[in-house]
Design a protein around this ligand. Structure first.
Ligand code: 5GP
Length: 138
């Protein structure tokens, strides 16, 4: 089932894309849990980990691995949470499989489930964060 992520992937609505290839698109989460919070999303709208083919899930994780290093270096993060919510009971709100890359700077800065930080950043701030990640991609 198409969700808002399909609209982003099809460029019907804007997002700050940091990476894309034939299978995967990665873009800044609109609600930046921490500086550089990024979503890695397969183009095909599999709902969750229970639906996605293993080979595609492996590619999503490969891209996440590359991006994790770039995001860490772009913002001098100290660590990173990699998280995937699968099913409503697990806190999933967009039913198109994705990985969250959440760089960490401070033990106290984050609590799960993530709170909504939408509206805290200007469009220029999102653009600059995405630019820094793209520039750090190997
Ligand atoms: P989930 O709750 O399903 O694990 O994560 C969905 C994520 O998608 C949330 O962190 C939410 O902030 C993000 N999100 C929802 N709508 C949009 C949108 O229109 N654009 C972007 N960039 N992120 C979105």
């Amino acid at each position: 089932m198409p969700t808002i992520f399909s609209k982003i992937i099809n460029k019907e609505i804007p997002a700050n894309i940091v990476y894309e290839d034939d299978l995967v698109v990665a873009f800044l989460d609109i609600s930046q849990a921490t500086k550089g919070h990024t979503l890695v999303v397969p183009r095909e709208p599999f709902q969750n980990i229970f639906e996605i083919p293993e080979a595609l899930a492996a590619h999503v994780f490969l891209v996440a691995t590359k991006l994790a290093t770039s995001i860490k270096s772009a913002f001098q993060a100290d660590g990173m949470n990699i998280l995937s919510n699968n099913g409503e009971v697990a806190g999933q709100t967009v039913f198109h499989f994705h990985l969250h890359l959440i760089p960490r700077y401070d033990k106290e800065e984050l609590k799960f489930p993530l709170k909504n930080n939408m509206g805290n950043l200007s469009p220029e701030e999102y653009k600059e964060r995405a630019r820094l990640i793209r520039a750090a991609l190997l």
